[in-house]
Design a protein around this ligand. Structure first.
Ligand code: AMP
Ligand code: DBH
Length: 571
């Protein structure tokens, strides 16, 4: 009896808090970790050491371009050292969590590498996140600090910080890039460098976000060992060198932009990262021309906007690779991912932009797939690529977790040297999101070709992918259910030519039927990101049900899709 209790306690420790690791982190099993080290995937290098090595190798090379500012590797290295000392002075300690919500500016990197050097843990929020999301990140991680820019895109993040801080006792500091008002100015934290103990390479270095499919966004703990492997291998697959110039056009903290191979890949290779706050042709094209950008990453809707911008202009002057006078000829590679890029649009990339296309199918939880530069065109255009690593285990299974016949559609499960074994502090959810033997259930429906290439065929998770912005249906439904005139609600996707999908909320009203506008304002006041506000609201008396009595979302999706198609066909 006694032994049993002891075993139970041990089991609890092995699943949740493992001695030596950040509490709430699920490390890889020792055997797997040993194998990844032995195979050379995990090298023990930390982020701080990586930057230090590059600064020694290429002190005078350009690391970052941000507006008129141009930072060399030596400058980025020094700024990170000095900020680490400043963060330590105000009381940020190793392992403290720090929510970082910055636009695409150079300080994102000095702040991150400073926190890495100090051993503190950035938690990456996206600029679109608002009070509900940021408060949750702060509360769930018991964050000690929150780093923002003063203003971006007309939004005042200090105002957001005031709301967030009011409810967060753990939050001791709000640090502001720019005008700090009552908060702490980042510029006041450039102290004399000091040295810090190297953090463990197999423990959590930062927390990435998942779009999630249930409740609130899930937090994804990543380590230097696993993340730097994916960065290094990605840089190699994408052919990055010290001559590569990466345009950071999507939000900098997004996993795609950060690591596939993204800005970390460019820095890993000794290349240069060019920041743009906005990814529109008007903002990006002049930068491509002047900085001689060689690669960038976009979500499908933006890729379409770029293609149209160039097509419209080249139609006027046939066969010229000029766009509004902007020379894009330095661009060698356009990566597209985050949502399905249709073959029809994909095949326009080379003829219109004159550069190679690479499809990228990845997830912040780990697994990233790329089409390869020597793949035949039909694979580049018609698939979402194949996994980075020979050590990535990819399974395609039926509803009972049995492997499907090769080529058939099934659920994608994956495990490997850079795919997490559990979300941060989410034991209950982890039991569902991972198999007993540690495979991550991606929620994606795929088929796999004999070459290993995956085709994304759909989704089993209850999520809407709004052109790369993921919306968990359940999260928005919960917010809507808080409205007094909403009896029940189901959020589903509806087809959209531009975003691929948009969201439609089917609402069963209670009492007075509220106006759609009122519900949207209600959601905004609850402080959620704009991209989560339903694009359309339909009122309904009752939901179609499945055999077991659950809301049949498939029928709702079909209903709204038919309605939209019908509306388009009206002369
Ligand atoms: P997250 O887990 O929030 O990082 O989002 C990753 C999810 O985005 C994947 O599981 C897919 O559902 C979706 N996704 C990413 N890239 C692609 C792509 N190229 N094609 C289709 N879906 C994608
Ligand atoms: O959508 C994603 O999360 C994603 C897409 C492409 C990603 O995390 C990645 C590449 O690394």
């Amino acid at each position: 009896m006694k032994n049993k209790t002891k075993d139970k306690a041990k089991d609890k420790i092995s699943r949740a808090d493992q001695p030596g690791y950040l509490p709430g982190f699920t490390p890889w099993p020792q055997q797997a970790a040993a194998a990844y080290r032995a195979a050379g995937y995990w090298t023990g290098e930390t982020f701080g050491a990586m930057l230090r090595a590059r600064a020694q190798q290429y002190p005078a090379r350009l690391a970052l371009v941000c507006g008129a500012r141009r930072w060399t590797y030596a400058e980025l290295d020094q700024r990170s050292d000095r900020l680490a000392a400043g963060f330590a002075r105000i009381g940020i300690r190793p392992r403290d969590r720090v929510v970082v919500q910055l636009p695409n500016i150079a300080e994102f990197f000095s702040v991150c590498f400073a926190l890495f050097r100090l051993g503190a843990i950035p938690v990456f929020a996206l600029p679109a996140h608002r009070r509900a999301e940021v408060s949750y990140f702060c509360a769930h991680t018991e964050a000690a600090a929150y780093v923002i820019a003063d203003l971006d895109g007309g939004f005042d993040y200090r105002q957001l910080a005031r709301q967030v801080r009011a409810g967060q006792p753990s939050l001791k500091h709000v640090i502001v890039v720019g005008q700090a008002e009552e908060f702490c100015a980042l510029d006041s934290l450039y102290d004399q460098p000091q040295s810090f103990a190297e953090p463990r390479p197999d423990d959590v270095a930062f927390v990435q976000l998942s779009g999630g499919s249930t409740g609130l966004p899930k937090l994804i703990p990543r380590t230097p060992d696993d993340y730097l492997y994916s960065v290094r291998a990605s840089a190699e697959i994408c052919g990055l060198t010290a001559g590569s110039i990466y345009l950071c056009a999507l939000p900098v903290a997004h996993n795609f932009t950060l690591s596939s191979p993204g800005s970390f890949g460019a820095l890993y290779a000794g290349g240069c990262v060019v920041m743009t706050r906005r990814a529109s042709p008007d903002d990006a094209f002049p930068l491509i021309e002047t900085e001689r950008v060689t690669l960038t990453a976009l979500v499908p809707p933006l890729a379409m906007v770029w293609l149209d911008a160039v097509s419209n202009r080249t139609n006027e002057r046939a066969n010229e690779r000029a766009s509004g006078g902007h020379d894009l000829s330095s661009l060698q590679l356009l990566q597209v991912g985050g949502a399905k890029f249709t073959a029809e649009v994909a095949q326009r990339v080379r003829p219109v932009l004159g550069c190679a296309l690479q499809q990228v199918f990845g997830m912040a939880e780990g697994l990233v797939n790329y089409t390869r530069h020597d793949d035949p065109q039909q694979l580049v255009v018609g698939t979402q690529g194949r996994a980075i690593s020979a050590a990535d285990e990819v399974r395609v299974v039926d509803d009972e977790d049995r492997d499907v016949i090769p080529g058939e559609v099934g659920h994608l499960l994956t495990r490997g040297p850079y795919t997490i074994r559990g979300y941060y502090k989410a034991e209950e959810h982890n039991a569902r999101a991972f198999t007993a033997d540690g495979f991550y259930r991606t929620g994606d429906l795929v088929s796999q070709l004999p070459s290993g290439h995956l085709v994304v065929e759909g989704r089993a998770k209850d999520q809407i992918n709004r052109g790369g912005d993921k919306v968990a249906a359940d999260e928005v439904e919960n917010h809507l259910l808080a409205h007094p005139n909403v009896h029940d609600v189901a959020l589903v996707s509806m087809p959209d030519a531009y975003l691929g999908e948009r969201s439609c909320a089917f609402v069963i009203p209670r009492g007075v039927v509220p106006r759609a506008m009122e519900l949207n304002n209600f959601l905004r006041e609850r402080g959620i990101a704009q991209y989560k506000i339903p694009d359309r609201i339909e009122f309904i008396d009752r939901f179609p049900k499945t055999g077991v009595g659950k809301v049949n979302k498939r029928v709702l999706r079909e209903r709204i899709a038919e309605q939209l198609a019908g509306a388009r066909n009206v002369p």
